[in-house]
Design a protein. Structure first.
Ligand SMILES: Cc1cc2nc3c(=O)[nH]c(=O)nc-3n(C[C@H](O)[C@H](O)[C@H](O)COP(=O)(O)OP(=O)(O)OC[C@H]3O[C@@H](n4cnc5c(N)ncnc54)[C@H](O)[C@@H]3O)c2cc1C
Length: 221
């Protein structure tokens, strides 16, 4: 394993846009760069540096990051505009939000781009999970087909009204409402990623409803 203080240069290859605010930034993968699915990197350009979770499969030649262009955001906006060929600074992979196999059923709960570590876990072969993905609009349900095929239960939770013509099952409401009103009782390990407010609310709810469950979390804000 490279030391966590290791620094790399990577080159932007391209952007893949899922909608007008969420994109995948694809970069070269430096020789010797390793990571565990679920880990993040610090990505830097000029004086700016922010954390982003890797969504690539472990052996993939390209480094992929799923990024939301934040309104008034500094680096997420800049990264969206930088052309292919631009060099960025990259830290070693960091963090502990990794899949912990156990005899319990994994239940992944994400808001927005908090889906990123679960894409990496799926890409590394994790299957048969329950996945709740909270977004406003179906266009933010990135990797929906792949995740749906791999999951035991995949449920998009839309905070805005479900658009007419949506031809796949969705829950109208927050992920926390789904957990409170629909999620079957069971023996789960919970993994929560995304908005801190969601993690805060759900941790309390899960503690009450599933006192034996392990809860792992990663806050993005
Ligand atoms: C461990 C970790 C992993 C992360 N992984 C990802 C990832 O995979 N994809 C991703 O898109 N982001 C991820 N983030 C968030 C990311 O690091 C940045 O915070 C985000 O891109 C905003 O940076 P910015 O420079 O554009 O905005 P800033 O200039 O830092 O902030 C601009 C405005 O946006 C607000 N803001 C900043 N971040 C958020 C947020 N996450 N939610 C709501 N409001 C916010 C600020 O309060 C401010 O008002 C992760 C964060 C952490 C801590």
């Amino acid at each position: 394993m490279p030391p966590t203080s290791a620094q790399y240069n990577v080159t932007i290859l391209d952007h893949h846009w899922f909608n007008d605010e969420i994109y995948e930034l694809r970069c070269t993968r430096p020789p010797g760069f390793t990571f565990q699915p679920g880990q993040f990197v610090e990505l830097g350009h000029q004086h700016l540096e922010r954390e982003y979770t890797i969504v690539s499969a472990p052996e993939e030649a390209v480094l992929r990051l799923l990024i939301k262009r934040m309104p008034q955001g500094n680096l997420s906006v800049l990264l969206a505009e930088l052309p292919p060929g631009t060099i960025l600074n990259l830290s070693a992979a960091k963090g502990y939000f990794c899949f912990q196999p156990s005899d319990k059923q994994p239940c992944f709960i994400a808001t927005g781009t908090g889906i990123a570590p679960f894409i990496a876990m799926y890409a590394a072969g994790v299957r048969d999970f329950t996945l709740l993905h909270g977004v406003r609009h179906p266009s933010a349900l990135v990797y929906r087909n792949e995740l749906n095929a791999a999951a035991r239960c995949y449920m998009p939770c839309l905070s805005a009204p479900i658009p007419t013509g949506t031809d796949f099952p969705c829950f109208q409401g927050y992920v926390s409402t789904y957990v409170r009103t629909v999620l079957p009782h069971g023996d789960y390990d919970f993994y929560l990623c995304g908005r801190r407010a969601m993690i805060h609310d759900l941790t309390h709810l899960l503690d009450e409803r599933y006192p034996q469950a392990r809860i792992y979390s990663e806050a993005y804000d």
